[in-house]
Design a protein around this ligand. Structure first.
Ligand code: NAD
Length: 444
């Protein structure tokens, strides 16, 4: 099938590559000229396992093209994906300007029936807005006779395993009431729908809400566990034991119940905010969602509080090693990352930071490169040199079994603040460390 994808970010690029990989003929359109140029040269602007080779191979095979030429893109596709950003507006609502701009662009160039597939995460009612925008432009062009459908097809990929998630989706949500559209969508996704029927068809509004409900549920699990961790710390319990104890109940399960330093990334914070805002707009007080968000904001400050308490509030001139800057492992994404809240608090308190992340160094350089109190280090070992303590913010695999003796030689006092519970407290004490973690009694 000929497919056009607008937007080559995490969602659009991965979706385009995965569709090309199964044999569809894909044209990706982006307004960012540099990005398009780089993609054509095989330079992939994001880190996502398996993506680079897939993009290069399919580009070389002529199944995946990149362009800034929207007219060419619209002409090519039998279906047109919208996969552009929906960042929070100043008031927290989802900003639809990029989505509507693409809708207008498609309408400007379409000269036959089209299916417009919205993959961006958008508030309930957005498909109606896209439809209205397309109609308006078609009317201005005097082409109101051209038929089209707007489908909601939210994306559930996880950064860090985006390619695998797109190749083997848990479910494919299709929000439309048009039978012809459902048939085309079934054909498009048939290669990903082989071992069981993963396609769930519903009305557009329900599809739009499903995406928010999924992210809000996941954020709720995290904030719930963080709340339990805070309680465990104060009550002398061990949240890791509690986690195992509750996860054994299949109604709860072990997935996504790790305590930590709060969720970040481009989706949970913004989607929660957007749904809260949408609720406020219809005079519905989303009490639970507001509590989830507020717990998360506070959780992002807990590591700093422990550090400050340990040093009796005397952080001026102290030097800290930070391992992990991305908001979670296997990505270079630092949007809303807990590491940023922590570093900014440390800097405000007069401390310095030596940081290492396996993938997010370029992003950290872009965001904070000029900060006089940040040194970005080439290895996790280099980040330790002449520091007062080690702080672990992201649970990358290669932080799990470090050379503790070496760490001790580098820190002025052997202290670790672990925001991800990577180590066993008793072992750390036996090794001579003062070890702080999450939801487990602080060292005495
Ligand atoms: P992104 O910011 O990484 O990428 C968006 C891309 O769209 C950019 O390359 C930008 O240049 C391009 N763009 C903007 N306006 C354009 C236009 N008029 N025409 C063509 N291209 C244009 O965004 P993302 O992370 O891929 O997210 C896209 C959407 O998918 C958002 O709504 C997001 O909430 C949702 N989503 C994201 C994830 C995720 O993990 N990142 C997962 C599921 C859903």
């Amino acid at each position: 099938m000929n497919v056009t994808v607008f937007g080559t970010g995490y969602v659009g690029l991965v979706q385009g590559a995965v569709l090309a990989e199964v044999g569809h003929q894909v044209v990706c359109v982006d307004v960012d000229e540099l990005k398009v140029k780089q993609l054509e040269q095989g330079i992939i602007p994001i880190y996502e396992p398996g993506l680079t080779s897939m993009v290069k191979e399919n580009h070389a095979a002529g199944r995946l093209e990149f362009t800034t030429d929207a007219a060419r893109g619209v002409k090519h596709g039998q279906v047109q994906f919208i996969a552009v950003g929906t960042p929070p507006d100043e008031d927290g609502s989802a900003d639809l300007k990029y989505v509507l701009a693409v809708a207008a662009t498609i309408a400007e160039h379409m000269d036959r029936e089209q299916i417009i597939i919205n993959k961006s995460t958008v508030p309930v009612g957005s498909a109606d807005k896209v439809r209205a925008e397309v109609k308006k432009v078609l009317k201005e062009r005097g082409r109101h006779e051209i038929g089209f459908d707007v489908v909601s097809n939210p994306e559930f990929l996880k950064e860090g395993s985006a390619v695998a998630d797109c190749q083997r989706p848990d479910r494919i949500i299709i929000g439309t009431e048009c039978d012809d559209t459902i048939e085309v969508m079934r054909e498009l996704y048939a290669p990903f729908n082989r071992n069981r029927d993963k396609i769930i068809v519903m009305d557009v509004r329900s599809a739009e809400l499903t995406k928010y409900a999924a992210n809000c549920m996941l954020a709720t699990k995290i904030s719930f566990m963080n709340e339990m961790a805070n309680l465990a710390e104060r009550l002398g319990a061990d949240i890791e034991a509690v986690r195992l104890g509750i996860g054994a109940d299949p109604r709860i399960g072990y997935h996504f119940i790790y305590p930590g330093v709060g969720y970040g990334g481009s989706c949970f914070p913004k989607d929660l905010q957007a749904l809260i805002h949408a609720s406020d707009n219809i005079d519905f007080d989303a009490k639970l969602l507001k509590a989830v968000e507020s717990r998360n904001k506070e959780q992002k400050t807990t590591l700093f509080q422990k550090i400050s308490q340990h040093f009796n509030g005397q952080l001026e001139g102290k030097n800290f090693a930070i391992w992990g800057l991305s908001f979670k492992p296997n990505t270079d994404d630092m949007r809303d990352a807990p590491s940023r809240v922590l570093m900014e608090a440390l800097w405000t308190a007069g401390a310095k930071v030596q940081a290492y992340d396996p993938e997010a160094m370029e992003e950290a350089q872009r965001l904070y490169g000029s900060h006089e109190h940040l040194s970005l280090c080439g290895t996790k070992e280099a980040a330790l040199k002449n520091t007062n303590a080690l702080i672990i913010v992201t649970e990358w695999q290669n932080f799990r079994a470090p050379d503790f003796e070496f760490i001790k030689t580098q820190l002025s006092e052997p202290t670790i603040f672990d925001g991800r519970n990577l180590y066993e407290p008793r072992r750390m004490v036996a090794k001579g460390f003062t070890y702080y973690s999450v939801g487990r009694a602080n060292p005495v």
